[in-house]
Design a protein. Structure first.
Ligand code: SF4
Lengths: 506, 430
């Protein structure tokens, strides 16, 4: 039993819904009680989709339990086929139906529908949303895709794009960006899946020369199956960030046998120059905490370190399935990875590390707001704000531009930071003020109780500490207290404060 | 089983109280009772709601809570995992551990609800026993209660019903000889509660209690001699629990709009023996204010046809309100459950030709809605945007639950919830 305030991922059948809703001509018959229909609103309200998800719920009730819930499932399945006329059906159980063990797969098969019926086994008490999406996509691919016959000709410069789903973090725009990039490289996109793909499209996956796996969380398993069964190699680099985009281009060029050079130096890639521009000097060494799904968190860590010159002080993810590469990256950065889906643990970590910027999910945005730390959102779970009207990919060179803007935006601009440091007693322009470009609505840093708490500070030292900018004040306090404790000083004076400052700046 | 629907007798003049009800059993598109936690945890300020359920349950509340509430919530989920199911862990001990961790974090909590879910019901987890055990463990600091919000037993607002019904047995008995306060059952927003208190006081009824109270332990005394009004139409089990205590129901319509509110107060006044003069002195001004507030909306909405999908059980009183007070034409009032007894006075005031439907078969209902082509559709969040995309104008029903709509001074706000989507339709040029 796990105490959960907020969850990073929904149950696995919501992952299956993300696949079904992304596709066309596919229907999902889900054995589930009525309350589970809430999941529809994720798609119609958060993503603002104009159509209902293609899902039929059996909505069995307590009074059905003694009777025939299996019959209810069969009726729902037959009705759904008759009404929606899909090319294929996926069937499965939600957490409650899993307990009553009706075997939706077997029941649906018994109906002998003239279309493929794909049973899903998604253990709800063990697995979560991304796993469910991945497993569903994999089952659809392995059931429907017919491997290309070895002797048939194929275009070596063709690929599939795998991974984008409904309710994905910026999937719509990433897809547009990467499709355009591939086209500029002279590569034909055979099928995009699951996004807008039909079951018939899935059958044709084998016609491409290789696969571009955009989101390993949802498509790596299917990609591996295609690698084995269709002899299609797949990409391993996720093109988020300038460096990663260039690596991705080289990898794709190698797989397709084309020249990478023409697209490598794209004049619309503004991040490198913006980052070198002298006004960005103030970004140097900013302490960032990163948390998200593994793909986005790892990409963010690389960008933060190499493309913006930040210090990554914390890195974590709720994607247990990808814990290994994330741990390895954290080790490279000299920090310990935080692999957890416990929101309370993440909150405690952020409070402990006192970063200057949090790059996280909507949950970390909440944490950061509470602690008065600037924050940018880099990953699902999604919020209606993560579906902006304007084009805002994360991938490719344009994605890097978007990332530069959205990460730098919450921060105080360089000169503003200095002025605040110099004139901290100005009644309008002081360190309680939000960055000026964020207006009045921006989060005000919390006056934290522990900042004026005991700990042996003389009033003078306490006053001096208040002159340290708020975004490093917590750190200054901790360092000074540690310095004092190590030296057995019972009282912290102004001298102790500056001694500690000198000590830690070495 | 679907009963064949017979159209209303056009000769009927007494509204549609004798109209047959279309009963449907198919796919429902309604939340489960866990959703009630979203407003109950704000209403009862020192209570905490711990759902014992699955990741789905946690995800539901999180998603229903206005996508996410950015305040420390007073609810959480104890997610059952495979170790619990396989009997590898002692489930009672696990629950104790989770509750301990929770109470450590929240020393301000005085009452804890263990809320049952479909999974906890199906595996027959005895939360009543667990609540009794935990209550002993944490007494006197925290009282632990339980109720079920499971989707196999409750829809949406029935979660509140189950919660209030669970509270009733813990209320004190009135001191012997004392007249217990007039009781108003059903969560209302604080502002509405305060207004109602003032009106009752003006009528000469000073002793009024609300269920639930804002503080968990301020439970009103309930016993024989208690007269109670229902402020919400979905309180079947709560009413039963109150009756078991000896309390007597004051039948009334629900306090929506000028008419509904006046009739609701009047029912109380008559029962308690308040003179007509006193009643009018207390309510006339509010009644007039409400009618004034309704007028601009009435002009916009008169003659417009409206279709209600089942959601909160407020549909029948709302259909009465929009037809009687705004001149709208309700085509269908769908409700997940039709409590005929509590709704008797509402049904009696519905116009002939308004179809009542109970339960749901969502695809068939969508077909009926499309065929009827109403001017406004009131429906859940899963249906609203898809219907908008088909060219319908919609109002999300959940807003009718999350907004203060009861009483005279909210009548205009309630009307605005219906007129706004149409107003928007007129304004938009894209
Ligand atoms: S319907 Fe049942 S399983 Fe689904 S969220 Fe509600 S209580 Fe949980």
């Amino acid at each position: 039993m796990q105490l959960t305030l907020w969850t990073y991922e929904g149950p696995p059948h919501v992952g299956a819904m993300r696949i079904a809703t992304a596709m066309k001509g596919l229907h999902y018959v889900l054995h589930a009680p009525q309350g589970d229909t809430y999941a529809d609103l994720l798609f119609t309200m958060i993503e603002r989709r104009a159509a209902r998800p293609p899902v039929t719920y059996t909505t069995f009730q307590a009074r059905d339990l003694g009777g025939d819930t299996a019959e209810l499932f069969k009726t729902a399945c037959a009705d759904a086929y008759a009404r929606f006329q899909p090319q294929a059906i996926i069937v499965g159980a939600s957490c409650t139906a899993e307990l009553i063990q009706d075997d939706p797969g077997g029941l649906a098969k018994a109906l002998a529908l003239p279309i493929p019926v794909i049973p899903l086994e998604l253990p709800s008490y063990q697995k979560k949303e991304n796993w469910g999406a991945s497993e569903t996509f994999y089952q659809i691919v392995r059931t429907l895709c017919t491997p290309r016959k070895p002797e048939t000709e194929f275009n070596p410069r063709s690929c599939n794009i795998l991974g984008p789903t409904a309710l994905g973090f910026r999937h719509r725009d990433d897809l547009a960006e990467i499709t355009r990039l591939l086209e500029r490289m002279g590569i034909t996109v055979n099928v995009i899946a699951p996004f807008n793909a039909t079951p018939d499209d899935i059958r044709r996956l084998g016609d491409a020369a290789f696969n571009v796996v955009l989101y390993p969380e949802t498509a790596e398993t299917a990609g591996r199956w295609l690698e084995r069964n269709c002899k299609q190699p797949m990409t391993t680099v996720v093109p988020i960030g300038v460096t990663a985009t260039r690596e991705f281009i080289r990898e794709v060029a190698r797989l397709a046998g084309v020249d990478a050079a023409p697209v490598l130096d794209d004049s619309t890639a503004r991040l490198p120059w913006y980052s070198r521009s002298v006004d960005s000097t103030y970004l140097t060494g900013k302490r960032v905490f990163i948390f998200g799904d593994a793909t986005h968190a790892m990409a963010a860590a690389r960008i933060a370190k190499e493309e913006l010159g930040f210090d990554v002080v914390g890195l974590g993810s709720y994607s247990r399935e990808f814990a290994r590469p994330l741990r390895a990256l954290a080790e490279e950065l000299g920090i310990e990875a935080l692999i957890t889906d416990d929101y309370l643990e993440v909150e405690a970590k952020v409070a402990e590390l006192q970063p200057e910027l949090v790059l996280g999910t909507q949950m970390e945005r909440h944490i950061a707001k509470k602690l008065g730390i600037p924050c940018a959102v880099i990953s699902a779970p999604v919020h209606v704000q993560d579906f902006p009207a304007r084009y805002s990919p994360q991938m490719g060179f344009e994605g890097a531009n978007v990332i530069f803007d959205s990460w730098v935006h919450p921060l105080m601009m360089g000169l503003e930071e200095h002025l605040i440091h110099m004139f901290r007693n100005d009644f309008e322009f002081n360190d309680k003020a939000a960055p000026s470009h964020l207006g009045h609505g921006a989060a005000k840093p919390h006056s934290r109780a522990q900042e004026s708490g005991p700990g042996g500070w003389t009033p003078d030292a306490e006053r001096e500490l208040q002159k340290v900018p708020f975004f490093v004040r917590g750190k200054a306090r901790r360092n000074t207290e540690r310095f004092a404790a190590e030296r057995g000083l019972s009282l912290i004076t102004v001298e102790t404060l500056y001694d500690a400052k000198a000590h830690y700046s070495r | 089983m679907n009963l064949p629907f017979r159209p209303a007798n056009p000769a009927a003049t007494n509204g549609c109280s004798d109209v047959p009800v279309l009963r449907e059993r198919g796919q429902r598109e309604v939340f489960c009772g866990l959703t009630g936690i979203v407003w109950l945890h704000r209403k009862i300020q020192d209570a905490f709601f711990l759902v014992v359920g699955s990741r789905t349950c946690a995800h539901l509340i999180q998603s229903a809570a206005g996508v996410m509430i950015f305040a420390e919530p007073r609810f959480a989920t104890a997610i059952i995992d495979e170790r619990d199911l396989a009997g590898l862990s002692e489930i009672d001990a696990e629950l104790d551990r989770v509750v301990n961790r929770l109470l450590e974090r929240r020393p301000d909590i005085k009452m804890l609800f263990l809320v049952g879910s479909c999974p906890s019901e199906v595996i027959k987890l005895d939360l009543k026993r667990a609540a009794a055990r935990l209550s002993q463990l944490h007494s006197p600091r925290v009282r632990v209660l339980n109720y079920s919000g499971s989707g196999i037993e409750t829809t949406f607002t029935q979660g509140e019903d189950a919660c209030l019904a669970a509270l009733v047995p813990f209320s004190p008995l009135p001191a012997s000889g004392a007249v217990p306060p007039l009781l108003v059952a059903g969560a209302l927003s604080d502002v509405v509660e305060d207004q109602f208190r003032r009106i009752f006081a003006d009528m000469g009824i000073a002793s009024v209690a609300f269920l639930p109270a804002r503080q968990a332990n301020d439970l009103p005394a309930i016993g024989p001699g208690t007269r109670y009004l229902l402020a919400q139409p979905f309180l079947n089990d709560t009413a039963r629990a109150l009756e078991e205590r000896g309390a007597q129901h004051i039948p009334a319509p629900f306090p929506l709009g000028a008419e509904g509110t006046t009739q609701w107060f009047k029912a109380a006044a008559d029962t308690i023996g308040i003179t007509d003069a006193k009643f009018r002195a207390a309510t006339d001004a509010g009644h007039i204010r409400a009618r004034l507030a309704l007028e601009p909306h009435r002009q916009m909405l008169t003659g417009k046809r409206i279709f209600f999908f089942p959601d909160s059980q407020l549909e029948v009183p709302l259909a009465r309100f929009v037809s009687q007070e705004l001149g709208m034409d309700p085509i269908e009032a769908g409700t997940p459950y039709l409590q005929r007894q509590h709704l008797a006075q509402e049904i009696g005031q519905l116009p002939a030709g308004c179809r009542l439907s109970e339960g749901q078969d969502v695809e068939k209902q969508l077909d009926r809605c499309r065929a009827a082509n109403p001017d406004l559709v009131v429906c859940g969040l899963g249906l609203a945007n898809p219907l908008e995309a088909e060219g319908f104008t919609t109002k999300w029903s959940i807003e009718l639950v999350f907004t203060p709509i009861q009483g005279y001074d909210q009548a205009g706000d309630l009307a605005r919830l219906f007129s706004r989507p149409l107003d928007r339709q007129i304004r938009l040029g894209v």
